[in-house]
Every structure is written in C-alpha cells, then in structure tokens.
Write a protein that binds this ligand. Structure first.
Ligand code: COA
Length: 334
C-alpha cells in the first residue's frame, strides 16, 4: 500500500531575538509574568523595516528541506502552505512561494487552520499522495506574527505569546507493506468559538474592510479570550490524542516522542500529566520561539530529528488546538 513518508524537514527562524525584557520596554509586562504564565523567554521577529512575509520564511525552510531530500523544486508535484499570516490578503502564500522557487505551474494550496495547520496540511498531503494525484509534496507552515501585534499594554496578553518562524517537510509516496507514515489522524473544528481568538479586520463583511476608526480601536490586531482557549486546550488535547492512539492500536508507551503545538508550556504540562506521558518524551521549544502557529510543529519536528530524539521507525504523536476553534491529533511513524 502507498504510504506518505517524511523524506526530510527544514526550519527557519529570523535572526532577530526579542526577549521578554525587550517587550517590557513597550508595554506593561515583566519577564517573570510571561515566564510564569507561558514558559516563553524569547521569540524571533522579522526585521523591523518589513519586507519579509510568510512565504520568505517558508522559502528558507524549504531550501533546507529540499536539499536534505536531495530534491530540486522541479521534483515537487504540489505545495501545501499553512499560515494565518499570509504575505498579502490574497492570493495565498503558497502561490508566492511557488514563484520564489522558480517553478512554472506547480499547484499550490493554502491551508487556513491556524495552530492546527500542520495537522490539516499533513492530512491533506497524505490524501493527495494516497489518491495518486501527487507523489512528492512540500508542506510548509510559516508565520509572520510580529508585524500584526499590538505592542501597547492593551495587546499584552496576545503579543507576548507569538513569534515568527517557518518549518518545511518533504513528503513522498512510497509503496510498502510495512506499517509507516500516517498511522492515525483526527481533526475537528467548532466555529462557535471563532471569536475566542481572531483578527476582526480587514474583513469582507465590513464595508470598508478597514478604516482609521477601526485601527484606532485596534480591531486589526488579534483578540483572545485566553482563559477560555486555555481551558479548551487542556480538555480537548488529551481527548483527541486518546482517539488517535486507539485508532492506531497503540498505547502512550508505544510513542517515542510527543510533539504538541507550542502555545503555552503550562498547557503542554497539563496535557502531559493528563495523558501520563513520561517527561523525557515531551518536546518543548516554546521557551525560545513562542507560539509560531502553523510553523510550530514542523519547526519542533525538525529540531527533534536534528537532536537525534527521533529517527526512522519512531512513532510521533502530534496534537494541536488553535483559532477556529480547530484541534486534532496525529500519529506518524517516521
Ligand atoms: N503581562 C502582565 N500582565 C498581563 C499580561 C502580560 N503580558 N497579559 C495579561 N496580564 C494581566 C491581565 O490584565 C490580568 O490582570 P488583572 O488581574 O488586573 O485583570 C492578569 O494579568 C491575569 O490575566 P489572565 O488573562 O487571567 O491571565 P492568564 O493566567 O489566563 O494568562 C494567557 C494569560 C494568555 C497567558 C493564558 O490565558 C493563555 O496562555 N491562554 C491560552 C492562549 C493560547 O494558547 N493561545 C493560542 C492558542 S493557539
């Protein structure tokens, strides 16, 4: 049977490090508050002068992943690009990346599933591969949050948690009788929670889509009901992870590494306790990067492989929850 195999991964984080103390220059916050509530110590931001979009970070991560796979851009049958911070309102960043890779007419598909973008994107890639439509697929998760955050005290609950970054994965369809690739996946959405975490403008339902008054009110910045999102995360992540373990016929001890979306260290610690996961099997890098949304899991996967924590044959459990509300889990055998 055809399985989608991860051939390689890559990541790119902008060089500019923004510490909690840097943020405290612009807003009423402290390093202690941020670390205690989220675990975050620093994050990466694109250069202040602008000119760097999600497709640019994605391009750098892609170059590394392609190089490691021994592929050229022309080898790709399809690009799947997950982001909530596209370079421009439309067209999608996947098309922009396709052009930056020098490709003629390779199809590109954008995924708008926020922090769950990796799960939806990998599931989509797997389906395209298994259907026979595409055999070599590039998945990219990339975000530039920093240019869209409220740096005043009004936006402090949201601004301190987000960072910029991108991860890329080369997937290839391979005929094999062995158990490998995507073993189980379960994703969900619940639009009734859309306003728990959203950016309201610019929006097609507003006319004009954005004006000076809306900007004064800060409606172009993300707004979040942090407590609600926290509660939803600590209940839904274990629930959906148990579902995929059952689907795959595996117990938590069969999992070599758990890579949760990096939204908040406390959320992931609560998830770990609830699932009784050995601390050594939990991957965290939120301390250094903050929440990079669609970039978060692919960046973490790339780091975990580079650190030698996982390799061929490892079972990895991924779990994520984010705006939408969207959430899900996936078990992948590398
Ligand atoms: N620095 C200092 N104080 C801050 C602050 C900051 N950056 N942000 C908020 N506060 C203040 C609040 O104004 C509030 O003050 P008050 O008690 O005087 O009203 C106080 O801290 C507590 O705020 P609260 O929102 O209850 O804090 P919290 O413990 O819920 O932590 C989050 C806030 C955002 C860290 C937390 O809710 C969270 O991480 N939620 C999940 C968010 C998430 O994962 N989002 C992404 C999903 S993909």
């Amino acid at each position: 049977m055809k399985q989608s195999i991860i051939r390689s991964t890559g990541r790119y984080l902008p060089e500019r490090v923004v510490t909690n103390n840097d943020l405290a220059q612009w807003m009423d916050t402290t390093d202690e508050w941020i670390q205690q509530r989220t675990g975050i110590q620093e994050r990466r931001w694109v250069p202040e002068e602008g000119g760097v979009g999600a497709s640019d970070l994605g391009l750098e991560a892609t170059k590394i992943a392609l190089d490691r796979a021994g592929w050229t851009p022309e080898d790709l049958d399809m690009i799947i690009f997950a982001t909530l911070s596209p370079d421009i309102f439309f067209p999608g960043s996947g098309c922009l990346l396709q052009h930056k890779l020098g490709l003629k007419d390779t199809p590109a598909l954008d995924i708008r599933q926020q922090c769950t973008g990796f799960l939806y994107g990998m599931m989509t890639a797997d389906a395209y591969i298994k259907s026979g439509y595409a055999n070599k697929v590039l998945f990219v998760g990339s975000e530039v949050h920093s240019t869209g955050l409220d740096r005043s005290t009004k936006g402090r609950d949201v601004t301190v948690i987000f960072g910029d970054g991108a991860g890329a994965i080369c997937l290839e369809g391979t005929e094999t009788s062995e158990k490998s690739g995507l073993l189980a996946c379960s994703v969900h959405s619940q639009g009734k929670y859309a306003d728990a975490l959203m950016v309201e403008a610019p929006a097609s339902r507003l006319n004009p889509r954005l004006d000076a008054r809306m900007m004064e009110e800060g409606r172009h910045y993300p707004s979040m009901d942090g407590r609600n999102v926290f509660k939803l995360a600590i209940t839904r992540l274990p629930q959906v992870s148990k579902v995929v373990l059952e689907q795959a016929g595996l117990g938590i001890d069969d999992i070599d590494l758990v890579i949760p979306h990096q939204a908040n260290l406390r959320i992931n610690q609560a998830f770990q306790q609830s699932m009784k996961i050995d601390e050594k099997k939990m991957f965290h890098n939120i301390q250094r990067y903050g929440n990079t949304t669609a970039g978060s899991i692919p960046i973490a996967l790339d780091e975990a492989i580079e650190m030698g924590l996982i390799g061929k044959g490892s079972n990895v459990l991924f779990a994520a929850l984010g705006a939408g509300l969207t959430w899900g889990a996936m078990i992948y055998q590398l």
